[in-house]
Design a protein around this ligand. Structure first.
Ligand code: GAP
Length: 515
């Protein structure tokens, strides 16, 4: 645990030191759970967004993108259920005065039991070596069986109190499990209350004419209200999708964990409109497709798992999370939801406008069902960044900090470095930079010894360093150094573009989805 916390602290400080993420309004002591993307962060974030957009929109003939406004007519949120039901159960500890999400307290408690089981399994694996049968161990070991039973009981009760909105039962569950406040150590809890997460504001200048509106808590509703506009103007035939990326806002109760849970964040969502009755097949399809997208980035198959929901949102008939192994454990990175026809029917009812599709093959009109994929861009950023940050022991007993970002996502693809700041080397380096700029985001650095500059680029995540030395003046060759292996090659200047392109091209990376 201490190791995990240590790693997480390093991620946060590295993100600041290397110009990726700053606390918002830092000079005023910051604003809780709001962050700014800095000069390198904004490039990484853009590259992740582009990688998603390419895979989801431009590679699919039947998926188009939109960019809907953040402010929407307030009835949107009545129809979607957010005004009445977009709540989190909160509980305060009377001694520490700290506020928690009741469901998170219980889930964290349950996760600790899962970790205990995993520890037992790991120990047994080591003890029995090749003969170890994990399935048999899990189904016969007394401790594991007892702990699994406790997990199942907690899950059943947690689902029940949430579904029945039984707030007294929620508090009782926390008391029964003897969950104490991590700060005060006491179980002196208040009652559990529901808290709506939407930020409200006023639209209009005068008090009489102004109207209460909300900052959207998800981008999805901008897609639903435009369903018919897009279908008609794009002459889209079912099945088809509408995608968008953009800001969403939630007044989160527990806003810790850096950019994992923010009050202002960005989503990348796609609503796939389908024929009713086909949702199970599409659910399976999008689960597989989205996992392949993640795996194409090479961040390790073991770092992902699916978590099927026990408690379904009011609009869903199936839902799963793709969880990622963040520095603080496995947590939701992306949601895949079978949303039925709930949203379109609600908007139809509240707006009085027909939101139906005429299916020429069936010669009938119907309200399409919807399969949604929804990923937080900031969470994806955290997954990529934390997975990339590594400390490596080198052969000469030194360590290097290296940010092994997937090259396709790295903010700068190459740094051009003249070996020394004289003898005409900076002029040649600048010429190379000017040429590469047309194709890639490239960086120029001539300060300090070249070894120090390599380390700086390793830590900033730049996949290639190109060094111009005195031989370059003679034979038009340079040294290209690979960030991950530190291997150096002598290559012709005219070949640089091709070498870099091969490694950073979206095609090279997305092709892995087909493997
Ligand atoms: N339209 C469906 C929807 O919004 P969600 O599970 O509430 O579903 C989808 O959110 C994704 O948005 C999550 O999987 C997560 O990656 C991201 N997300 C949600 N709340 C967030 C927050 N407060 N900060 C950062 N990302 C968040």
């Amino acid at each position: 645990m201490a190791k995990q916390e240590d790693k997480f602290k390093k991620v946060i400080s590295h993100a600041k030191e290397y110009g990726y993420i700053f606390q918002s309004s830092e000079i005023y002591d910051g604003l809780s759970a709001v962050y700014d993307y800095a000069q390198n962060g904004v490039e990484l974030k853009k590259n992740i967004r582009d990688y998603w957009w390419k895979a989801m929109v431009q590679m699919h003939e039947n998926i188009v993108g939109i960019d809907a406004a953040i402010l929407m007519h307030p009835t949107t949120w009545k129809a979607s259920g957010h005004v009445d039901a977009f709540n989190d159960p909160l509980i305060d500890n009377k001694d520490s005065k700290k506020r928690y999400r009741a469901d998170v307290l219980v889930e964290d408690f349950r996760e600790k039991i899962v970790q205990k089981i995993n520890k037992d399994v790991d120990k047994a694996k080591k003890r029995f070596g090749d003969d170890f049968n994990e399935e048999e161990f899990r189904s016969t070991n007394g401790n594991v069986i007892r702990r699994q039973k406790q997990i199942d009981e907690i899950t059943v009760e947690l689902t029940r109190v949430q579904e029945e909105n039984d707030l007294e039962g929620f508090k009782q569950l926390i008391l029964d499990l003897k969950i104490n406040c991590p700060v005060s150590g006491s179980n002196n809890w208040t009652d559990v209350k529901q808290f709506n997460l939407m930020f409200g504001t006023q639209l209009g200048a005068s008090a009489e004419s102004s109207m209460k509106v909300y900052l959207r808590p998800e981008t999805a509703q901008g897609i639903f209200v435009n369903f018919l506009n897009v279908q008609k103007t794009g002459r889209m035939k079912i099945p088809f999708g509408i995608a968008q990326t953009g800001k969403a806002f939630r007044n989160e109760i527990v806003a810790r964990q850096f950019i994992f849970r923010m009050r202002e964040f960005e989503q990348m969502e796609m609503q796939f409109f389908i024929k009713p009755g086909t949702q199970q097949d599409w659910f399976k399809h999008w689960k597989e497709t989205r996992l392949k997208w993640h795996l194409s980035l090479g961040m390790g198959q073991d770092n992902y798992r699916f978590h099927d929901h026990d408690k379904l949102a009011h609009y869903a008939d199936a839902a799963t999370d793709i969880e990622f192994n963040f520095p603080f454990g496995f947590k939701e990175l992306e949601g895949i939801h079978s949303r039925t026809d709930f949203d379109l029917k609600q908007h139809q009812e509240f707006s009085g406008k027909k939101l139906q599709y005429f299916d020429h093959e069936e010669n009938a009109s119907y309200t399409p069902y919807v399969l949604e994929t929804s990923i937080g861009l900031d969470r994806m950023f955290l997954a990529v960044f934390s997975n990339a940050l590594q400390e490596e022991e080198l052969e000469n007993n030194t360590t290097r900090t290296v940010l092994k970002l997937p090259a396709v996502l790295a903010p700068f693809k190459a740094a051009v470095l003249p070996l020394v700041k004289k003898d005409g080397l900076p002029e040649v380096a600048r010429k190379i930079l000017e040429d590469l700029k047309w194709d890639f985001n490239v960086f120029y650095d001539e300060k300090d010894a070249v070894g120090k500059r390599y380390r700086r680029q390793d830590a900033a995540g730049t996949p290639f360093c190109i060094t111009v030395d005195h031989d370059t003046l003679e034979d038009n060759t340079v040294t290209i150094r690979h960030r991950d292996t530190m291997e150096q090659q002598r290559v012709k200047i005219e070949d640089l573009r091709g070498i870099i392109k091969k490694e950073v091209d979206v095609r090279t990376w997305l092709m892995k989805m087909k493997a």
